[in-house]
Design a protein around this ligand. Structure first.
Ligand SMILES: Cc1cc2nc3c(=O)[nH]c(=O)nc-3n(C[C@H](O)[C@H](O)[C@H](O)COP(=O)(O)O)c2cc1C
Length: 266
């Protein structure tokens, strides 16, 4: 795949993968691509766990689903992320960012806007929506043939210090390399982020994975080969919309006059 084509077609996969293991040579390529990323002083502070064991994947999947249910039931999910929800094309077009909520399971449609109020949340909980979505998520993660854990070495990752900041930049670049390589290999990848948002759940995952004290568990992803026919999932957390160049770029200094001209926008 051409590099630009790979960059342009990179997506988050939020549907199921083919129920087949990821070939060892592909696993190797993913990690090789990650390790080719730049890092401060070539420190390569990242470490990875490739998780194929069915019992471990299931335990992680259960924690993923439970934390999604918990965060939604408590309203934390909606409080934290309401600013990213776009409910129609016009809203999306105005900002060109966030997630377009344009297809929802029928029972959810009447309250998606009200979900941000106490009353809406009460109704959603009464209907068991967080539970259904959590269970969907558990199935999705458990049926993913590969889970990838990304870690940083604590001798480099010191959040209050410069090396901590550099580690985050380096890790982001390593993960992007993995993401782009997935595209080349006919694979998909998705963040599994809800366990990270519940500290006790994150501790459980660390203990399941035997993460030692000198490593910090940073992120989890599920991966696999893309099916031939990718149906859009019931709730699609992805959006291919991107900001206009004029919303992103200035020339030389920042001022309204130095914005990238609209007519050069592709
Ligand atoms: C730090 C970070 C956390 C994310 N968390 C999630 C997540 O929990 N679930 C998910 O499906 N996607 C997650 N994403 C993916 C974004 O939602 C996605 O990149 C964005 O909506 C654009 O869609 P695209 O990746 O298909 O271009 C995350 C991305 C980043 C960089």
């Amino acid at each position: 795949m051409e590099l630009l084509e790979a960059i342009r077609s990179r997506r988050t996969t939020n549907g199921p993968f083919q129920p087949v293991p990821v070939k060892p040579e592909h696993q190797r390529l993913l990690i090789e691509a990650a390790s080719r990323a730049p890092s401060h002083f070539n420190s390569q502070p990242w470490r990875f766990i490739l998780i194929e064991d069915e019992t471990i994947r299931r335990r992680i999947a259960e924690i993923g689903g439970q934390t999604m249910t918990q965060l939604m039931e408590e309203g934390k999910f909606f409080q934290r992320y309401r600013k990213y929800f776009r409910f129609n094309q016009a809203e999306l077009e105005a900002r060109r960012d966030g997630i377009l909520i344009d297809q929802l399971p029928a029972p959810l449609r009447p309250f998606i806007r009200q979900v941000f109020s106490d009353k809406g949340l009460f109704l959603m909980n009464k209907l068991g929506v967080p539970r259904t979505l959590g269970e969907d998520n558990t199935k999705l993660v458990a049926s993913s043939p590969l889970i990838l854990a990304v870690l940083l070495t604590k001798d480099e990752y010191k959040p209050a210090e410069l090396s901590g900041y550099y580690c985050l930049l380096s890790m982001g670049m390593a993960v992007e390399n993995i993401w782009l390589t997935c595209g080349d290999l006919g694979m998909g990848i998705q963040f599994v982020s809800t366990p990270m948002e519940v500290p006790e759940a994150w501790d459980q995952i660390k203990s399941i994975l035997h993460v030692p004290d000198d490593l910090e568990l940073m992120a989890l992803y599920r991966l696999g080969y893309l099916p031939e026919n990718q149906k859009r999932p019931r709730i699609d957390w992805t959006s291919s919309q991107r900001k206009r160049m004029s919303q992103l770029v200035y020339r030389d200094v920042i001022s309204p006059e130095t914005r990238w001209p609209e007519d050069l926008t592709s």
